[in-house]
Design a protein around this ligand. Sequence first.
Ligand SMILES: Cc1ncc(C[n+]2csc(CCOP(=O)(O)OP(=O)(O)O)c2C)c(N)n1
Ligand SMILES: [Mg+2]
Length: 273
Amino acid sequence: MNLKANSYRLRQDILDIIYRAKTGHIGGDFSVTDILNVLYNKVMNITPENFGSVDRDHFVLSKGHAVEALYAVLCQKGFFPREDLLTVSQYGSKYIGHPNNKVNGIEMNSGSLGHGLSVAIGMALAGKMDKRDYRVYVVMGDGELAEGSVWEGAMAGGHYKLDNLCAVIDRNHLQISGTTEYVMNQESQEERWATFGWHVISVNGNDVDALEKAFEEAKTVKGKPTMIVANTTKGCGVSFMANQAGWHHRVPTAEEYEQGMAELKAKEMAANE
Ligand SMILES: Cc1ncc(C[n+]2csc(CCOP(=O)(O)OP(=O)(O)O)c2C)c(N)n1
Ligand SMILES: [Mg+2]
């Protein structure tokens, strides 16, 4: 699979989902798309066939508001039919605006920020205790790091030396109401996680090749959990959405939909050349 082209393909699906549903978190979806694309298509051992087994890898989308990106990836992997995407956020649909485990492929309900890391740590600890080979992956937002519970997880991950755990921060420097530096300063994430006993890798989180390398490195680390600081752009892929806090939770107009789709199609084609 051409991962780079696929990221733009997935963003088209996300744009369609949100335009149709008239709701969704497009900025955070587009910033995390490359991370989910690489995880599900290169790194993790999770398929519709093995989803019922404990021994497959485990994934938690802690920044649950980016569920549309997860729906696009899971649908492409065959966890559910494409027609199901037509029902996202419709009355009575299980495809609601945050992850829930009634949807095939989703393990943990999320959306209330700050819980995913601790749950992932429980999964990783269970894997160690039961001597299982699976790995656990969790993706957090950078605004999410203002939640105190994240730092309990940071301590526990280092304390229990969970080298079967790989966490990712979608470091786009924006949350709802502005920059993370303005709302709750957090420099430097690299230094903070290293102090808590984590192996830290800093990468361009919208570069599929760099991400793949980082996840492979994480698999080789012994005696420590890994934190990948994925430096991303919120709204990545569509020029007028990129790095704009206002696109955290905005629905495109018809004109914006057309322009965004045209840009994504052109980028997918260029990546395929
Ligand atoms: C506990 C909790 N408080 C507040 C919110 C509302 N909320 C939803 S998204 C968001 C901003 C998150 O920013 P970030 O984690 O940086 O996400 P991203 O930039 O990747 O979209 C907030 C505050 C929430 N979902 N959960
Ligand atoms: Mg953010």
